[in-house]
Design a protein around this ligand. Sequence first.
Ligand SMILES: *[C@@H]1O[C@H](CO)[C@@H](O)[C@H](O)[C@H]1NC(C)=O
Ligand SMILES: *[C@@H]1O[C@H](CO)[C@@H](O)[C@H](O)[C@H]1NC(C)=O
Ligand SMILES: *[C@@H]1O[C@H](CO)[C@@H](O)[C@H](O)[C@H]1NC(C)=O
Ligand SMILES: *[C@@H]1O[C@H](CO)[C@@H](O)[C@H](O)[C@H]1NC(C)=O
Ligand SMILES: *[C@@H]1O[C@H](CO)[C@@H](O)[C@H](O)[C@H]1NC(C)=O
Length: 431
Amino acid sequence: MRPDMQCIFITFSIIPFFYGTTTAQSDELPTLALSEDDTFNFDILGPLGQSVYSGGDIAPILRAAKQLEPGNFTSFTNAFYALANETKAQAEDPKYAYDQVNVRETWFHAAQYFRRADNYLHDDWSDPLIYTLWEEQTSAFDKAIAALPIPGERIQVFTDDFTIEGIWYLSTNKEAAHRPTLILSNGYDGSQEDLYHTVVVPALARGWNCLTYEGPGHPTVRRNQDLGFIYDWERVLNPLVDYLLLNRAEDIDESRLVSFGFSFGGYLAARAAAFEPRLAAVILDGGIMDVHEAFMGQLSEELVEIYDAKNKSAFDAAVLPLLKNPEAPSQLRWGLAQGLWAFKIQSPFEWLESVRSYNIKDVVDRIQMPVWIANAEAEGFFPGQPQKVADALGERATLHNFTGAAAYHCQSGAFTELSRVLFAWLNETLN
Ligand SMILES: *[C@@H]1O[C@H](CO)[C@@H](O)[C@H](O)[C@H]1NC(C)=O
Ligand SMILES: *[C@@H]1O[C@H](CO)[C@@H](O)[C@H](O)[C@H]1NC(C)=O
Ligand SMILES: *[C@@H]1O[C@H](CO)[C@@H](O)[C@H](O)[C@H]1NC(C)=O
Ligand SMILES: *[C@@H]1O[C@H](CO)[C@@H](O)[C@H](O)[C@H]1NC(C)=O
Ligand SMILES: *[C@@H]1O[C@H](CO)[C@@H](O)[C@H](O)[C@H]1NC(C)=O
């Protein structure tokens, strides 16, 4: 029996699915709704939130938002692609090229809008825009970081199996020779460029160095090396710590290396910390114990039944058509499309099977350093998971519960509050 599609939709629409969503329905949103489509609301709030740290300008984003039709992914791509083109033309205007402040601000904004235009394309892996928009965002971002007072520097760290892509930001703090250093990973869909406008700017302002990076499954490595996510993330983090100790010894305080995982990066950073004793502390925004459990908790009973019967063809036949169905909730379509693409698995059934390995249960005892964990009250991606990680870690964990305006997944739109709380904990913990 084919499952009742209506029932699948209802289940998915009541409990939104992946990064890019909140659990709240529109009348329960923590903020003014920017779209009737909750997922578009979140994806407009994202760049608005980053704009306080040079990641965009408010009226242009709201003008793009005005052109969106709920559930119409093409309208999202077109609105932000047009804005990106326009902003790129402004960045290229020779009249303002004398002004380094303008150069970096305008290129940062153009990069942001190219990234947003890419957000809803991944249901079709062969869409050439997935590559052209990313080349545009990378090139724009590179022009921006080259115009910083201390330019950001692209680095690569080679392993036997893949190349890690990173950006090194040296602290502007000249008082101390050796500065504390954050090593930052994004999650399910976010890029290392996004991290600049969420955590790197406030970290640099507080005297930290930052190394952002992307490993398998992350935007650049997925595109350029054709690699999906791996569960054993220490294969990415260990070489980065080696790199810092070897190549940045003059600038870092070796006793204050901190790993930061954003969103799904909350699993990745926790897993890696179990195999990286050289870290002084770990930040999980938010904490994730068991990815498979969290994903299964979002399925309708009918789908769970087909999945548990291990009927791959029936499960895939029920799920795959949702990708192209404009009637299906945006968060479901987006989450599925992004997950299959980023893990590089065509079959939803096989994808869910593969995430069984993304579980820190067996390694959590090996995490020996202090861990700060964010819980977001309106979390839609991994509700309940931060508490589980905190319980498993016991005294090593500090759980912070974000509510009110900061209640969105990853404190989207409230990054000042995030950094206020986060850096106070680091200051107290590392002293
Ligand atoms: C989606 O939006 C685009 C405008 O960006 C429009 O051309 C297209 O007709 C819309 N699709 C539907 C099904 O309304
Ligand atoms: C943006 O500019 C490119 C050319 O650089 C063009 O191909 C594309 O159609 C433009 N997109 C929009 C939405 O204007
Ligand atoms: C899997 O589901 C399909 C479609 O519902 C059905 O025809 C088939 O018999 C099932 N296979 C098994 C092994 O249960
Ligand atoms: C977070 O705060 C909300 C509102 O006070 C509460 O309902 C929820 O249980 C808290 N969650 C955690 C993990 O403390
Ligand atoms: C904590 O903050 C104080 C005041 O800014 C500063 O002097 C100290 O170095 C900070 N400690 C750490 C570990 O960041």
